[in-house]
Design a protein around this ligand. Structure first.
Ligand SMILES: Cc1cc2nc3c(=O)[nH]c(=O)nc-3n(C[C@H](O)[C@H](O)[C@H](O)COP(=O)(O)OP(=O)(O)OC[C@H]3O[C@@H](n4cnc5c(N)ncnc54)[C@H](O)[C@@H]3O)c2cc1C
Length: 255
């Protein structure tokens, strides 16, 4: 099917871009590989979203999603695997289908950094989770381990201590204790940009090179939210990018 714009990723940046583009009368499609809402849905309380202190990430994104649904935006749960540009048009291949469009907003955010090869080997067949608030309840009264040393790891440990019988804490290079029945990983996040690696310029850490206008090195491709180079990765900046990217898309399509 052919669209004016395809938005990849239904986190705060992608959904905001979708709202602006749909309201501007564009025929758009949002593609999401996981769940609508993005990474914030695991946050129990968001205290810096203006106007709604303490709102849970899941509740906030439910509201944004409702707004998107009410506008009649098409959202499909498909993983984008490849994007090809030919004669000013884009072809977007997912795990289920193929679409074409005139412009793309990449709003793929970041994903959790995976365990090292050695630790993954240690973990063996034991379940690995990247979100204590999402999966902690599955290990009630069980022994688990948290890998990581930053603030997120501390938060995960505190949360799991209220549910599990024992919570081990190790750093990213230590062996996984044999007693642990599940492994919770909190060793940072990396940009989810592998689908655009051949299309746009990335910085040394893998973020898409784009300024506040969200314009990338490839005409017709715009980057919004945590996946682009920026100083502050937060909900408000992701929403701001969604708006800026959609304005840049509209200017591009006018040409
Ligand atoms: C635990 C936690 C707590 C946080 N707390 C706060 C807070 O209190 N306040 C605050 O402002 N910020 C907070 N943040 C940061 C905030 O969540 C992010 O800055 C914001 O959600 C980024 O939005 P985004 O749309 O750019 O990316 P994301 O939310 O990461 O959304 C990207 C979406 O793209 C999808 N995607 C990726 N690749 C593909 C693909 N190939 N095909 C299709 N879909 C794809 C993903 O599944 C995801 O849904 C927190 C983050 C975490 C992890």
């Amino acid at each position: 099917m052919k669209y004016d714009v395809i938005v990849i990723g239904a986190g705060m940046a992608g959904l905001t871009a979708a709202i602006y583009l749909k309201r501007a009368g564009k025929n758009i499609l949002v593609l999401e590989s996981n769940v609508v809402g993005g990474q914030i849905i695991s946050a129990l309380a968001v205290d810096n979203w203006p106007g709604e202190p303490g709102v849970s990430g899941a509740d906030l994104m439910k509201k944004v999603n409702r707004q998107v649904e009410e506008l009649g935006v098409s959202v499909r749960y498909e993983d984008v695997l490849k994007i090809v540009k030919k004669n000013h048009k884009f072809s977007v291949a997912t795990d289920e289908d193929k679409y074409s469009c005139d412009a793309i907003v990449v709003a793929t955010g970041t994903e959790p950094r995976k365990l090292s090869e050695k630790q993954a080997e240690d973990a063996g067949m034991r379940p690995i989770s990247y979100c204590a608030t999402c999966d902690g309840a599955l290990y009630k009264d069980k022994t688990v381990v948290v890998v990581g040393s930053g603030n997120t790891a501390k938060h995960e440990i505190k949360y799991l201590e209220g549910i599990c019988s024992k919570v081990y804490h190790i750093h990213h290079d230590e062996p996984i204790p044999e007693e642990a029945e599940a492994v919770f990983v909190a060793i940072g996040r990396v940009p989810a940009t592998k689908i655009v690696v051949d299309l746009v310029e990335l910085d040394s850490k893998g973020y898409i090179e784009a300024d506040e206008d969200c314009v990338t090195s490839c005409p017709g491709v715009f980057a919004a939210g945590d996946c682009r180079t920026k100083e502050v990765r937060q909900l408000v900046t992701a929403a701001g990018d969604g708006a800026a990217a959609s304005e840049a898309v509209l200017r591009y399509l006018e040409k």
